[in-house]
Design a protein around this ligand. Sequence first.
Ligand code: WT7
Length: 640
Amino acid sequence: MSYPKPIDDQSYFINSSNYQNLLTQASKNPDAFWLSMAKRLNWIQFPTRGGNWTFDKPVSIKWFEDGVLNVCANCVDRHALETPDKTAIIWVNDAGTTTTPISYTQLLKEVNAMAGALKNLGVQKGDRVIIYMPMIPEIAYAMLACARIGAIHSVVFGGFSPESLSGRIQDCNAKVVITANEGVRGGKSIPLKANVDQALLQTPQVEKVLVINSTSLNVPMVAGRDRFYTPDHTKIVAPEPMNAEDPLFILYTSGSTGKPKGVLHTSGGYLTYASLTHQWIFDVQQDDIYWCTADAGWITGHSYVVYGPLANGATTVMFEGIPNYPNPDRLWKIIDELKVSIFYTAPTAIRSLMQAGDEWLETSSRKSLRILGSVGEPINQEAWEWYFHQIGQENCRIVDTWWQTETGGILITPLAGIHNLKPGSATQPFFGIHPALLDEHGYEIDTYPCEGNLVIKTSWPGQMRTVYGDHRRFEETYFSQFPEYYFSGDGARRDADGDYWITGRVDDVLNVSGHRLGTAEIETAATIDHAIVETAVVGFPHSIKGEGIMVFAIAGAHSPHSDEELKAIIKRTIRTQIGPIASPDAIYIVKGLPKTRSGKIMRRILRCIAKGEFEKIGDVSTLADPSIVEHIIEVFSAKK
Ligand code: WT7
């Protein structure tokens, strides 16, 4: 199968006449390169210094450290001045009844009002603010308002439970929460304010809750603590001058051990990287209508719905709904209606719409599209082909973008005007990004083709700076297994052309519908109820989610519950501890787990069982009780 080669089009930001030169500059003299890239922002004081970093312990990462700027002023004020009438955000509601364009002038007014409200609540520079909101324009106003006054926001996705929310509030010691009375997605209500009320029973440090009424639902308010948001557009709040290395936001993400980590991103480097990658990778030109379907609760929503597009003065679509509501032609109809030219979504959405059937493509032409993006997990060939042939009708370049919450922006991706497309390959590193593949001993593999652990050798401005409040955990998680490299936790293959193929996580992290969940976190949640003694969680291939969640659980010795009851308990505790996004897809109640004599669970064996690949289990004689494998296979097979 061959795909049309990139058209040698000089109108692309990155084209055949500047690509090689930029690549050379970025690797020969990274500081000069990044300083020149930083010029795309408005600085109060332009930095003299590029990077100042070491991956050697103590790990320290700084970019543009003597620069001063305000992120909100860069995303809003300067465009309100230069392109006041241009549409900044087009908001599309869940029901499909409202499409609201918001100009840069209006955005400035609204962000200013929200900043004023936060100031009235006593929020100051450096304070942490939790944002727990639906995909309504106010979530962007809230993020930008925090940036405007120098507060550090931490957005918590609405699919997380009160328990997860309170954990995050406690970890970053937030004193203000911004929420909405309720969220609406796919026609269903999400009780955001009620969840906040419950979370706050455990978080006395929260002084104020700002509630946006996004529907007519009445919610109880706690006197003195809760306040409805009524925008005051009259008072002007000046953007706070911030050092480039002042924190911009914390975003929690799951790892292989312990509680979710607070990934900390700072101001100047993050915004330079988000804005540059957004413009060059999606080739965002003046008149493009750009749409990324991610929720603002994830890093993709931060970098490629809010900060990157707005820093570039682009028009960004914000969608409150979900791909298959009311019907699986929802996204395609919106593309036609808004004349979307650049569209960025996740393989899980592509697969679910593909399964819905091609008849849902008949209600749209999708002719406005020119670039398609994919993110969040490896995209399988079938889904890629469908995206390319059916959605893009072979007129669009596909950018399969690999990156992580930690990286702030895209690190490996094809560029529309340069690279040959290969379904399933993220192809080449972006300017200034130096990946390597390491073998299990930590040696760089320099043969082609090859496979190994994906690491990055040098820093880039969008890199996370620390785990909030726990720098040691930052060093241990990312810089210890392979000293002096940033370790992504992913494995990858590199083919004979030097193109990268991400093979997925090599640690105990699951990728469910493009969302990261730690197996340890789910295991802890599942054993909260004493009816369950122990669990082991593994991923298994799932035709839509990419990876599904499978739980093997042991009940208490004299458990009065039936297996069905036990499964219900596990589902319920996982949903209350983490949230609906971590709901297991399959649960097996077993008598024991495959453990070594020292008590370590052999997840590898469970992964083989979960895939039905019994023949790959291999030697089990080193297990404390080898017969348990037979038993688990029996339980597994009986339920199929
Ligand atoms: C993990 C990061 C980056 C925004 C969304 C997820 C996987 C991400 C790709 C891709 C293959 C991918 C990796 C990575 N991943 N993009 N294009 N191809 N895998 O952010 O929650 O921080 O998860 O998502 O496994 O480590 P995240």
